[in-house]
Structure formats: C-alpha cells, structure tokens
Ligand binder design. Sequence first.
Ligand code: PGA
Length: 256
Amino acid sequence: MTPDVRPLVAGNWKMNGTRDALSQIKAIAEGVSGPLSQKVEALICPPATLLYVSTALATDSPLSIGAQDCHQAVSGAHTGDISADMIADCFGTYVIVGHSERRTDHGETDALVRAKAEAAFAADLTAIICIGETAEERQAEQTLQVLKRQLLESVPDAASAENTVIAYEPVWAIGTGLTPTAEDIKIAHQYMRDDLVARFGGEGKKIRILYGGSVKPSNAAELMAIDNVDGALVGGASLKSADFLAIYSAYETLLA
Ligand code: PGA
C-alpha cells in the first residue's frame, strides 16, 4: 500500500462472458456497495459486448466499469476496433491498454500503447497501462530494465494520478498460478515508484501501481500488503463474483 492512495481492485474478464455472466456483474456491484467502498475502488472490465449493459447494472453502485482495449484514433476505418470515445459513450470510465496478451497476440509496441493511453486521456478515461517482464527477461535478470523501458515508452508525458494507473504483470505469472516472491514484488514496485516520482514529481507519488498475475483469494491479503502495491489487476479470479469479492475484502483486514 502507499499512504494516502485509494487502492483499486480491478477485474479483467478478457474474452470471457456472455449475457449469462451479467448476474456476476450484478453480484459484484452489490457486494462492493458496503462501507469499504469509501476506501477501496472496484472495477470490472468485461468484454466490449457487455460494456453498455454492465454500466447500466452498476449505475447505483460504487462499482466502476471499463474496457480492455481501445484504438488510438478517435474514429475511422478500423474494422473491429473500438475508440475511447465509444467506451465513454457507454459510460465506461477506465480502459486497460498494453496488456501482455495484446502485446503478444496483436504485436502492440510501447509506442502504440502510449498512443492508446493518450486516446484514453482525450476521452476522459483513466488508462490502466500494463507492463511486465517475460520469463526469459527475468531469467536474464533484466526485469528492472524492462520495467524502466516500458514506463518510459508506454506512459505518456501527460500522465497523472487521475488519468493513469500502472499494472505490473509479470508475463510468466499471468494465468499460471505462479507469482513472484513478496520481496521481488516489493523491489519491482519500489523501483517503479521511484521512476514515476523522478519523472512526474508529486503526481508520481500518487499514481496507483497494481500488481497482476495469479491474484486469488488465498494470496490477495499478502500481495496487497506489500509497499507500493496499490491494488490488483485480476484475471481468472474476477470471473466469479465470490472470488472477486473475497479479493476485494482482503482490504477489510488490511485497512482495519
Ligand atoms: P490472471 O490474469 O489473474 O488470470 O493471472 C491477470 C491478467 O492478465 O490481468
């Protein structure tokens, strides 16, 4: 945790969820409506097909709804893509950019991720910019260098605590059940914090840095307690409301 920073527990549904899954959104919206919501923010990023109806379901709850990607352009001939304005038009308030699956499956570069984050800012969305090393980079002890490069090249100069969240997701930890040690996460998050403060000054102290990669109810409390870990980006365990809410509730004890 970082002093005076409101943590964010975010769920990334990836390419999962049809209309049946809206009952999970409803249960999450209700589950995060207690007093903890004053202190901890909750967000679900369903597939784009469920975005509009999800924001409608979450209207009377503190649950935020976001998208998983946006195009860097405002509009135009880009078949299959969605713009940041379209997300805002569906009342989404966040968009994930540069997830490692997009970087790998769609060849997204740091420069493209930065352009997408800029498009998000222009639409008044908060960009969750994902970074993280591969297994090979970790074995070669290049983790911190990779994070430095990705922060420099993927995060726009206009980043602030309001419009930007960083998600550190070691690629080898995503969907594998593996996580770095608490000490490794602490070192990585401190390194990113120092980097953000060097570049953005006071804003850099407040930009939330999430940890992502195999976060589940059984490890959430330990992971969220680490210095400079300001929440989680949760994949698989965010699909079931009970698991997502158990992760969110880890803050009950941490903030008690
Ligand atoms: P996981 O995914 O929680 O299923 O490991 C995390 C992510 O890709 O955001």
